[in-house]
Write a protein of this length. Structure first.
Length: 387
């Protein structure tokens, strides 16, 4: 141990200027990892908690959570799962992909061999699930039986929560099976809850499917940008609560840089904290304006690398041209302007418009307009063009 300016440091930390008094970084810019505070999302958690307490029939036991990439949907599912666990419920977390219904049955059923529709000799028509298979036509009833059996095994006072992430990627067959089983369980006033999370297109895609009409009764929670005042308060309480100082100017700069985008909030917080911790001008327990500026610069780079670059990389040259033509504007673009900038007809440009909307990269906020669905993608494209 060494003492510098009256403060205690470990010898190995001195070279890196990482004081022991500077606590671990509370900001978590990793997908699905809980941030220090659920900024602007407390009401969703409170509604769900109340729904569990109110018993069968409570509207928030069937919930749809939507928002753009990086808006905190996965984090919210994690938090709702923790809330259900506090109520002594069993939580089944899944992500939409091939074989969803079969995975749910295998995880929910206490004894799959006793569930109707399950056979132990895989057939050509069935879907193999370990040593047994499930005939496609029987999946909804089999899933329902699995839920009933699990609730019986759990006993009185307990329930079952199923959360599904990336719901927009689920097949219509899997969603039909899950929706059919869920509808029956809810009608029977069973102790169950279902939370679906996905991109904004989830609402129109799922709710317009005739087999999923019961989802129209779901409580819809749209995760948009967080009000900047709430971002500032969250930064302040998190930083000061850890015993670290930051002045008003630094707080204002950090807050404005996030744009209220949840993923960017975590990135800015993480990198300004790390820069302050590693600063080379000596140990300190204060986050300075310089720390914030450096943190914001690193956050923008990481956001580009992690959220924007992978999207851009998969696009065709002309699709990218469409986005670059949109990036000229500071807000929604007129489709006619985009086509003109591309030097193409409206019909030709519309081909790429439809593809980009289908891939959830852009949206159409109004007739004849397009806008970016991925926050900060406009800024990233501009930086690449002028970099």
């Amino acid at each position: 141990m060494d003492i510098i300016k009256g403060k205690i440091f470990c010898s190995d930390c001195i070279a890196k200027r990482w004081p022991m008094i500077f606590p671990a970084n509370p900001f978590k810019p990793t997908a699905g990892v809980m941030p220090p505070v659920l900024i602007g999302r407390e009401s969703v958690v409170a509604d769900f908690d109340e729904g569990l307490s109110d018993g069968p029939g409570a509207p928030d036991r069937l919930m749809l959570i939507t928002g753009p990439r990086g808006s905190g949907k996965t984090v919210m599912l994690t938090e709702l799962g923790k809330m259900a666990s506090k109520h002594r419920w069993m939580v089944i977390d899944e992500t939409a992909s091939e074989g969803l219904t079969d995975r749910l049955i295998s995880r929910i059923a206490p004894e799959p061999s006793r569930i109707s529709g399950v056979s132990f000799k895989p057939s050509v028509m069935g879907a193999s699930l370990g040593e047994f298979s499930i005939a496609p036509a029987l999946r909804p009833s089999t899933l329902r039986d699995a839920m009933t059996a699990r609730l019986h095994a759990l006993g009185k006072g307990k329930g079952l929560l199923i959360t599904l992430d990336e719901t927009q990627d689920a097949s219509i067959e899997d969603m039909t099976a899950l929706a059919t089983a869920a509808q029956h369980m809810l009608r029977e006033n069973a102790e169950v809850a279902f939370v679906f999370a996905g991109l904004p297109s989830l609402i129109s895609d799922l709710l317009n499917a005739k087999v999923l009409t019961f989802l129209r009764r779901a409580s819809i929670k749209e995760l948009g940008d967080v009000p900047l005042q709430e971002v500032r308060e969250a930064f302040s309480s998190t930083i000061h609560g850890a015993g670290i100082g930051i002045d008003d100017e630094a707080l204002d700069i950090a807050t404005e840089a996030t744009g209220g985008y949840p993923y960017m909030i975590q990135l800015v917080g993480y990198h300004m904290w790390r820069h302050a911790r590693r600063r080379q001008d000596g140990p300190s327990n204060v986050i300075t304006v310089d720390d914030v500026h450096s943190g914001v610069e690193q956050a923008r780079a990481k956001l580009g690398e992690g959220a924007c670059a992978p999207v851009v990389k998969q696009l065709s040259e002309r699709a990218l041209d469409y986005l670059n033509a949109m990036a000229v504007d500071d807000g929604p673009s007129a489709t006619s302007d985009v086509a003109q900038r591309m030097g193409e007809s409206m019909d030709y440009a519309n081909i790429y418009r439809q593809r980009l909307i289908g891939e959830h990269i852009i949206t159409s906020p109004a007739r004849g307009q397009v806008d970016f669905a991925i926050p900060f993608l406009r800024e990233y494209l501009r930086s690449q063009k002028h970099g």
